[in-house]
Design a protein. Sequence first.
Lengths: 117, 284
Amino acid sequence: MTKLTKRLGPTALALCIGLVLSTQVSAADLEAGKKIAFDRSKGNCLTCHHIDGGTLPGNIGPPLIAMKSRFPDKDKLRAQIWDATAINPHSIMPPLGRHRILSEKEIDLVTDYIYSL
Amino acid sequence: MKKILTLLLSAGLVATATQAVSSPEEDLEKFRIYYEQRFPGVQLDDFGNGPYALDVNKRLQWESMEEFPPYEDYVDKGREIWETPFKNGKSFASCFGKDPSKVRVKYPHWDSKTQQVVTLEGDINKCLKENGEKPFGWKKGKIAHLGAFLGYEARGQRINVVIPDDPKALEAYEEGKHFYYAKRGQLNLACADCHVQYPGHRVRGQLLSTGLGQTTHFPVFRAKWQKAAANGDGMGTLHRRYGGCNGQVRARPFKAQSRQYRNLEFFHTYMSNGLEINAPGYRE
């Protein structure tokens, strides 16, 4: 038991620090995420989703509001952005990560931005 | 015993497999009922007007555009192409018959001799070659002008694609059907994703049309193509549109008149059987 605690101790600590860090997204990162989300050749989220501050949004997907209550687990939101067809093979949403439309770093930035809505 | 069981099982499998493939007639019925239930107020022929059948404001803009339609000049150019004799003295009438109003409704069709789908554009260029003339480009220009004239002359007639009971013809139909429903390209989009699942919804400011009635107005005059053309010619063929669509989902487009697009046209046009030909159309 003590062995296990010793082993898990550093991991738990790292996880805690990670959690604290992940909840604090810089304003610059949020702005970078927004830029990717709005860019027609990148995330192009507005083609299908309403986002506050975006012009001429489409209405195929749900409006991106109250994201924290819809996705209490941020990882699930990231997974949905990375590949929406994993949950629903018929989903019309392009698999932004799986098809490398965005890089992993760009997916992180977009996830942080969308999560803030 | 074991043998009998295997036999029964494989028979069962075969039965399930044949049931899974529906006949073109069944597909057509389901396809039409689906849209009629989804858009109860829309008359069958009106589906051929694409997004303008689904939105009042878009329809008003389109109707004012139709008062002086931008495709009219190209219908006239097409008429001239039809009437101008080849160097050998013959004309398109020697290939298609004298009555230009009876051409469009024959396409696309299955040719049992060559075992492939024949399109209007394919026969236009075949006619030119057989008469020692240089064939037209496949996607725009003269081929679309002649198509616009032949479509205009055929207005009001009904789409009537026949899928003969020939395994090769059914194979071509199935390939076209599969094309329509298969996801493709980096954006992972099927034709059906937008035009079966989400017609009437908007992508940015554009309203998605229904799959039903999509081919009746081709060749089409598109404002988008007009803007991109130095001479303002916005006319284009169905295969030009297919290529554009495939490019937009970041898939490598097939060539105009490739087997893939001809078979897609076969399925796609068959799905609009019974609707009025309203070519050439105007679209944003």
